[in-house]
Structure formats: structure tokens, C-alpha cells
Ligand binder design. Structure first.
Ligand code: SF4
Length: 77
């Protein structure tokens, strides 16, 4: 079955603007299944493509929405 853009089988990819990340950790505190800290507290991704589970997709959206620096984005399709 092919992925439908925006559908439940669509690939969800997290985009990170590393220049914008200031490392205060909201994303990985709220969504540890998707985001993680590097050695200095800046964001790293657990997986660039979010595994297609409802919980990890929920965490990805939550982390992106709660980044006050707008350092995170989602690409779906
Ligand atoms: S919430 Fe945003 S600024 Fe803070 S660590 Fe995560 S990506 Fe970086």
C-alpha cells in the first residue's frame, strides 16, 4: 500500500534547525521517544523518520509545537 500524504501511513520526518536550538530541553522532556539531548543539551533525533506508531507521532507533534525557538518542524508525505 502506498503512503497517502497526511494519512496515517504517511511518512513523518522531523526537521531540526540546529542554529535555532538553544538547548533548554522542552522537546526531549515532553517527547523522549522522538527527541534526545546531545552531550551539551542540544536536540538530537532518536530517528529522523518517526516510526509509524500513534504514540511516537503524538510525541513528534507535541515536541514540535512546544519548541519556543521554532527550531523543529515536521515534513509529512
Ligand atoms: S525545545 Fe527547541 S530549543 Fe529547546 S532543546 Fe528542543 S529543539 Fe532545542
Amino acid at each position: 500500500m502506498s503512503a497517502v500524504p497526511g494519512g496515517e501511513n504517511a511518512t513523518l520526518r522531523v526537521l531540526v534547525d540546529r542554529e535555532a536550538c538553544v538547548g533548554h530541553g522542552r522537546c526531549y522532556s515532553l517527547a523522549p521517544g522522538v527527541f534526545a539531548p546531545d552531550d551539551e543539551g542540544f536536540v538530537e533525533l532518536v530517528d529522523e523518520v518517526v516510526p509509524a506508531t500513534d504514540e511516537l507521532r503524538r510525541q513528534a507533534r507535541l515536541g514540535v509545537q512546544t519548541c519556543p525557538e521554532r527550531a523543529l518542524g515536521l515534513q509529512e508525505g
